[in-house]
Design a protein around this ligand. Structure first.
Ligand code: MRU
Length: 359
């Protein structure tokens, strides 16, 4: 059996990719059970993203790229033209999985462009190129997380408590994590930090996934109800807040898991720095502000149910926006693999992302 994986993988990983297909660690079942969902077709991959077997912006992008390879493997195209048209059809299908994390569209576009750029390659060669590209995408994201960790660690205090929301860790990325990567790097550098993990209703990414990851790597973690964050900040129990992102607009507005905006406002009110860690693939400079970011509305059922049991009266409705937008003025700094971006964001985002350092 052939295994496809980056050169220096993280100890925690959202999937295993082999020549038999993609095995996704079922994040719906964690932490109770560590079981894998086996995907052989791109349609199974799309379903897995939609149903949140795998989630988190960079992980969704990498998964979709691998899904595109699985789809391409089954194309019976004899010509380059037929192959490319089949590939685009699959990419369009995968793009429908979830709307908010821009990494999904970014990854699919990069894959299709890569194939298009190979003017002389036939179907078999294109397939090999796409496989290598999906692997690079994974490897680059993992390296970006490690780099964000190295850069961002200096922003966290020498000791104290960092609050995080949702799961922006290895499970949500190619490994190591964005927000959790920064915390991991700070601890690896000798800082004495503990973490408060918001449970993150309704899907409980914080209680189930962030707590699972941090416990595995030996970082002290305490789960809190989402509603406790403000009180704990006011009592001096939080020294910094750090979260990931699903899409960052050109003006620095940040779309992330629902509840992030409230945390940012509370952090400002309590004089606590609020950091966002995200790779450059999470920036969408075609969105002028957060108003242009599509926000996923998930099924009301996820709110009605808690751990599989109905908690609301029958006949009552529920709203389930999966993300919110934190306006840029609440963000102390954006941590990317290309550098730390400080306000003013409209000027500094393009400078740092293009490799120039801000003045
Ligand atoms: O609905 P999810 O679990 O996919 O939402 C995930 C988040 O909001 C994460 O904070 C974000 O994707 C950053 S992951 C590094």
């Amino acid at each position: 059996m052939k295994v496809f994986q980056p050169r220096n993988p993280d100890l925690l990983c959202a999937w295993r990719w082999t020549d038999r297909g993609l095995y996704l660690l079922d994040q719906r079942k964690l932490p109770a059970r560590e079981v894998y969902v086996h995907c052989r077709t791109w349609q199974e991959v799309r379903r897995a993203i939609k149903d949140m077997v795998v989630r988190g912006a960079p992980a969704i992008g990498i998964t979709a790229a691998i899904g595109l390879v699985l789809g391409a493997e089954r194309l019976r195209a004899r010509t380059r033209r037929a192959f490319l048209s089949g590939l685009k059809r699959i990419a369009q299908g995968l793009a429908k999985a979830r709307p908010t994390a821009v990494n999904l569209f970014w990854a699919l576009e990069r894959m299709v462009k890569r194939a298009e750029a190979e003017a002389a390659a036939g179907p078999q060669e294109l397939l090999e190129i796409l496989r290598a590209e999906a692997l690079s995408l994974w490897e680059e994201d993992l390296e970006a997380c490690r780099r964000m960790g190295a850069l961002g660690a200096g922003l966290l205090p020498e000791e104290g408590t960092v609050l995080t929301h949702c799961n922006a860790g290895a499970l949500a990325t190619g490994g190591y994590g964005t927000a959790l990567g920064v915390i991991r790097a700070a601890v690896e550098a000798g800082k004495r930090l503990s973490v408060l993990a918001d449970e993150t209703r309704p899907y409980l990414q914080g209680a189930r996934l962030t707590a699972w990851e941090l416990h595995k790597v030996g970082i002290p973690v305490t789960v809190i109800p989402d509603a406790a964050a403000g009180f704990l900040m006011a009592r001096g129990r939080v020294q910094a807040v750090i979260v990931g992102a699903d899409r960052i607009a050109a003006n620095g507005d940040v779309a992330n898991k629902i509840g992030t905006y409230s945390l940012a406002v509370l952090a400002r009110e309590n004089g606590i720095p609020f950091y966002v860690a995200a790779p450059s693939s999470t920036f969408d400079l075609t969105c002028f502000s957060g108003e242009g970011i599509p926000i996923e509305e998930r099924a009301a059922e996820e709110v009605h149910l808690c751990a599989g049991r109905r908690i609301t009266p029958r006949g009552v409705s529920a709203l389930n926006p999966a993300f919110d937008v934190t306006p840029a003025p609440y963000v102390t700094a954006l941590i990317t693999e290309k550098g730390i971006i400080q306000p003013p964001y409209p000027e500094n985002i393009p400078r740092v992302l293009s490799g120039e350092t801000p003045t």
